[in-house]
Ligand binder design. Structure first.
Ligand SMILES: Cc1cc2nc3c(=O)[nH]c(=O)nc-3n(C[C@H](O)[C@H](O)[C@H](O)COP(=O)(O)O)c2cc1C
Length: 174
């Protein structure tokens, strides 16, 4: 049977969407049929063998489309291998250290515990100041978040390769 993979994402300014595209591209290069879709455009997980879900982080929360995706598809997700990623911190160094160990909003952790994701990872994000609203610029200035594109394409690519290897193993089970 052809194994179809879903990469779903929630992105306000496009940085997470591009990470999802990269992950999907790597999966396709590995020979896996892959859909890359905004989380709010996915209705049914039945066609998918495995799911990767990522969201941009805003004031410690996921975008609501990603949070709603987790809630709406909890049962189906619990029956499949799932990988989650947050795309957020800017600045140099290990992104999980930059977030002080934070990987997922606490409000979603209970659902994640029931889904049992294979991995929850954090990728560096990108802040494009020219796109931001006045309040967002003001807020980021206050928290002194470094501005720029800190996405680590090698880390993203390696993570996708590791997922492709797991999915391609025979008899992968949730
Ligand atoms: C108003 C605002 C609040 C943010 N809050 C956080 C945060 O709490 N934690 C974090 O790691 N990144 C935070 N970020 C950084 C974004 O998560 C990062 O820019 C991400 O790559 C944006 O993804 P998107 O372009 O897909 O929406 C914030 C960015 C903005 C503009």
């Amino acid at each position: 049977m052809d194994k179809k993979i879903l990469v779903a994402y929630a992105s306000k300014y496009g940085a997470t969407a591009e990470i999802a595209e990269k992950i999907g591209e790597v999966l396709r290069q590995s020979g896996l049929t892959t859909d890359i879709l905004p989380a709010d455009r996915v209705r049914d997980l039945a066609p998918y063998e495995a799911v990767i879900l990522g969201s941009g982080v805003y004031i410690g929360s996921w975008r609501k489309e990603a949070a709603q995706f987790l809630k709406a598809h909890e049962q189906a997700l619990a029956q499949r291998p799932v990988w989650l990623f947050s795309s957020g911190p800017t600045g140099e160094g290990d992104p999980v250290k930059l977030t002080n160990g934070w990987r997922l909003p606490a409000a979603l952790q209970t659902i994640a515990d029931r889904i049992h994701p294979r991995e929850i990872t954090v990728f560096h994000g990108a802040l494009k100041v020219e796109k931001l609203k006045f309040f967002e610029k003001w807020m980021l200035k206050n928290v002194k978040a470094p501005v720029g594109d800190f996405r680590d394409w090698d880390a993203i690519g390696s993570w996708a390769v590791s997922i492709a290897n797991v999915v391609k193993e025979a008899g992968v089970a949730a």
